[in-house]
Design a protein around this ligand. Structure first.
Ligand SMILES: *Cc1c(COP(=O)(O)O)cnc(C)c1O
Length: 231
């Protein structure tokens, strides 16, 4: 692994290459640096290299970093991408800019009630169990439309539904990697056909970001390729 700065450059080069190959403007794809397990000092290095949006999996771990890096506000953005339990919604509503892992109405309702009025609305994605695995969190594809309509109807000054997120099963080659990303893109289109205008597809990680970009990803969540292995 190179330095964080070099790794970020390499990831951006991969994103640009994939976007241009797909006929998409590279600027249509946002890079979320997934900093789980890495300390605030490492996040600060990535920020110094120009990275602005960071993804965290665990609320408690994130709160410590968010506090340690409060001096970087408002030039830093925090995204919760890990499972969110009901008893952590207040902390999440107060500390994050985005939550990608909403998979049931109760969590979205609590986030809407608990988002402080003085903050901009919390941006939400619904996590979809796109590979249909029993063990994975996420709403089933068949239930995503109904949940999206209900979440989108929550007070928009508190929460705004932006789109869908998925963590597909690891797959081998490029064509295999594309299949679940294509399924999420088609699901977004189907949800939007029910009267919504969601603009976000949160999909693609270190190993499959090219396939995700080819299928329309608008936010990539990349950890290992930026920060190295998590041990
Ligand atoms: C850890 C994690 C990532 C980043 O995965 P890498 O393979 O390290 O790029 C992306 N999304 C979620 C939900 C994660 O938990």
């Amino acid at each position: 692994m190179g330095s964080i700065e070099n790794n970020l450059q390499e990831v951006k080069r991969r994103i640009s290459g994939a976007a241009l190959a797909a006929g998409r403007p590279p600027a249509a794809v946002r890079l979320l640096a997934v900093s789980k397990t890495f300390g605030a000092d490492v996040v600060r290095q990535a920020h110094a290299a120009g990275q602005r949006a960071f993804g965290e999996n665990y609320v408690q771990e994130a709160l410590e970093k968010i506090q340690a890096l409060a001096d970087l506000r408002p030039g830093i953005e925090w995204h919760l991408i890990g499972p969110l339990q009901s008893n952590k919604t207040r902390a999440a509503a107060e500390a994050f800019d985005w939550v990608h892992s909403v998979d049931r109405l109760k969590v979205a309702q609590r986030l809407a009630e608990q988002r402080p009025a003085w903050l901009p609305p919390l941006q939400l994605c619904l996590q979809v169990n796109i590979s249909g695995e029993a063990s994975k969190s996420g709403v089933l594809p068949a239930e995503a439309g109904a949940l999206a309509l209900t979440v989108a109807a929550l007070p928009r000054e508190r929460v705004v539904l932006r789109g869908l997120m998925a963590i597909p099963e690891p797959a081998g080659d490029f064509d295999e990697q594309r299949a679940p990303h294509r399924a999420l893109r088609e699901l977004l289109a189907a949800v939007n056909a029910r009267g919504l205008a969601l603009d976000t597809l949160s999909m693609g990680m270190s190993a499959d970001l090219e396939a995700a970009v080819a299928e329309g990803a608008t936010i990539l969540r990349v950890g290992t390729a930026i920060f190295g292995g998590r041990g």
